[in-house]
Design a protein around this ligand. Structure first.
Ligand code: COA
Length: 165
């Protein structure tokens, strides 16, 4: 449903196959910092096969919410259900949240997160969880404003898989 923030028409959309061609332009904008870049890499056969195999664009457990301003994608959030094998059922993990710079501080991330929190409530999950860098003061401020509590100190650990294995 269209919502108005700072006088703009904002549409919130769950991105599926039909929207992906337009949506991947936003991902490329984030990746390169340049608008209207070449999106051929998103259409590569291996990538599309992965999307099909894991229902990335048509899933009961993975969600892409995106905001359009005047018909153009300008921000998005991704979230995935991580089940718990006990009565807590599971958490909704927010993996990515990004709003293009010219559209920041206009309430777009707030709309995206409200949609995400509504989903978690609807699914009757235990909690919504995410990580944010200690030095990302805008992000931390934003999450606090959205009602998230910072729980202790943690270190983010990743194991990098060699490419092409
Ligand atoms: C963090 C981010 C998603 C916020 O998006 P946004 O659309 O500008 O956020 P909103 O307009 O909904 O802001 C809501 C609140 O967040 C806080 N906030 C947002 N940007 C802020 C900033 N630069 N400095 C301080 N507080 C900020 C404010 O409390 C704001 O409320 P207010 O406008 O009443 O003061 C955006 O800055 C972004 O994409 N950053 C880069 C990616 C990132 O850091 N993602 C989150 C961590 S994974």
């Amino acid at each position: 449903m269209p919502t108005s923030t700072l006088g703009k028409n904002i549409d919130l959309i769950r991105v599926g196959q039909a929207e992906y061609d337009d949506f991947c332009a936003l991902l490329e904008w984030r990746r390169t910092g340049v608008e209207n870049g070449d999106t051929a890499r998103y259409m590569a056969e291996e990538t599309q096969n992965f999307f099909t195999a894991y229902s990335v664009l048509d899933s009961d457990t993975f969600f892409i919410f995106a905001a359009k301003v005047d018909g153009r994608f300008v921000g998005y959030a991704t979230a995935v259900i991580i089940p718990k094998p006990d009565p807590r059922r599971g958490i909704l993990y927010v993996d990515e949240l990004w709003v293009a710079e010219p559209y920041r501080l206009g309430g777009i991330a707030t709309l995206l997160m409200r949609e995400t929190l509504t989903l978690a409530r609807k699914l009757d999950l235990w909690r919504v969880r995410l990580y944010v860098g200690m030095d990302n003061l805008a992000g931390r401020n934003y999450y606090r404003k959205m009602g998230f509590a910072e729980k202790g100190d943690a270190v983010w650990c990743e194991y990098e898989l060699p490419e092409g294995q």
